[in-house]
Design a protein around this ligand. Structure first.
Ligand code: UD1
Length: 420
């Protein structure tokens, strides 16, 4: 295992290129299983999660080639069983369920487990597939889908008690592209990654309207064909670098970003008093030593993203004011708080609300990464701290941030990757 050593206090300055979106790449790679033809996906970030999805496609029988951000998939024949050994390492493996159902009508996909941010049910994915006429059995840790008898479009509402489901919407949308008739999904997730997936499916010949809103309509077609697609920029990676710029920047610029996907995060930074300058595909952030605290609540898109909650907790430590942040999507997603407290951060956690009194010095310490975004927050806290922070279990970061250490170093951060 590797760890990241962060020597705090170095100012950040310069330009950084944002990678393609992890959360778009994963379902889009899975969607290539819907056709026998060749699909070419560009700007796929080099991450352990995307590598793992490429491996799953290969194990399911697809021919896959990958070179510098371009993944070419030809899934002439596809196996109908994705066993536990194949899917257990990555929860997002569940996004092969929709394509396998659409293409084969019958499949077995092992249930992914929970993770530290919550128990992560898939009931809404299954509810949607049932609304398409599939019979579903969950037994021995496996989901078995049989849609051989009555696979057809239909109405459904996928709104859950914590809001809409991103991968659930993607799964049902992928299956519905090949179900006869009209599918109408109310309570659909409106996240840009769902819209990106829909745009790829439309290039493959699918008929989809409303992606990017809470109502998506799909008219089933007999088959899909190969297509080429470039994945959208990663709005969470971009938001993480903006936090770094706000905390330690002397002026940093993000390149190859889409500000339209980041309005709530940009508004939150502006309300704190940071100045943002937007170009065609760039965002620059200037520091503000008298920035104000924030009061944020995570919500489904276009609300403030849960995937930025941990990084804003780190940002709050740098602002000489009190900030609060309430988590509504994954109320247990606060593993970073205990680690940040070990660094001296002044944080109280009441239920699903973190109250952070910032502006006090924090000190470097060995800390344990628990999940992807929590790890990013610990790296940000390390940049701010006095002395040396060791972020252990770096593999969490490598799941979702492409070359984070190199990118931070290019901005002037003092970071080094070492073996634990
Ligand atoms: C995706 C993102 C993840 C992000 C999350 C919320 C990917 C690969 N991951 O995860 O980074 O944090 O969206 O924006 O895109 N739920 C149910 N039943 C279900 C499915 C979900 O109750 O069947 C609940 C979840 O427990 C959670 C909420 O719905 O409270 C949102 O989860 P969901 O949008 O499904 O998350 P993912 O798609 O897994």
């Amino acid at each position: 295992m590797e760890k990241l050593i962060v020597h705090g206090g170095a100012p950040l300055k310069g330009v950084v290129d944002i990678s393609g979106s992890k959360n778009s790449s994963l379902p889009i790679l899975a969607a290539t299983l819907l056709t026998r033809d060749t699909c070419t996906i560009r700007r796929v970030p080099d991450l352990s999660d995307t590598n793992y999805m490429v491996r799953i496609l290969g194990e399911l029988g697809a021919e896959v080639e990958r070179a510098s951000g371009v993944v070419v998939v030809k899934a002439e024949n596809v196996a109908s069983v994705a066993p536990y050994d194949l899917v257990r390492k990555m929860r997002a493996s569940i996004c092969v369920l929709g394509p396998l159902t659409g293409r084969l009508r019958q499949c077995t996909v092992s249930l992914p487990g929970g993770c530290v941010i919550g128990d992560r049910p898939v009931d809404l994915h299954l509810k949607g597939l049932e609304a398409l006429g599939a019979e579903i059995k969950v037994d021995g840790g496996d989901i078995s889908v049989d849609a051989t008898q009555n696979f057809r479009g239909g109405p459904m509402n996928l709104m859950g008690k914590s809001g809409s489901t991103v991968l659930g919407t993607g799964n049902v949308m992928m299956a519905a592209t090949l179900a006869k008739g009209i599918t109408s999904i109310e309570g659909a997730a409106a996240e840009p990654e769902v819209e990106d997936l829909a745009n790829f499916l439309i290039k493959m010949g699918a008929k989809i309207e409303g992606a990017g809103t809470n109502t998506i309509t799909i008219e089933g077609v007999d088959q899909l064909h190969g297509a080429e697609h470039t994945v959208i920029p990663d709005r969470i990676e971009a938001g993480t670098f903006l936090c770094a710029g706000a905390m330690m920047g002397e002026g940093i610029t993000l390149r190859r970003v889409n500000a339209a996907h980041m309005q709530t995060v940009l508004d939150a930074l502006r309300q704190c008093g940071f100045t943002l300058t937007l170009g065609r595909d760039t965002i620059s952030i200037a520091p503000n030593p008298s920035a104000k605290g924030f009061d944020l609540t995570t919500l489904c898109y276009p609300g403030f993203p849960t995937d930025m909650q941990a990084q804003f907790c780190a940002l709050a430590c740098a602002i000489g004011d009190t900030s609060t942040i309430t988590e509504t999507i994954f109320p247990q997603r606060f593993m970073h708080i205990a680690e940040m407290k070990r660094m001296g951060a002044q944080v109280d956690l009441e239920g699903a609300t973190a109250k952070i009194r910032g502006g006090h010095p924090i000190k470097g310490a060995p800390v344990m990464a628990s999940d992807l975004r929590a790890s990013a927050a610990l790296v940000l806290a390390g940049l701010l701290s006095q002395g040396k922070t060791e972020v252990n279990r770096l593999y969490h970061i490598d799941r979702g941030y492409e070359h984070l250490d190199d990118k931070l170093a290019s901005l002037g951060a003092k970071v080094e990757r070492m073996r634990e």
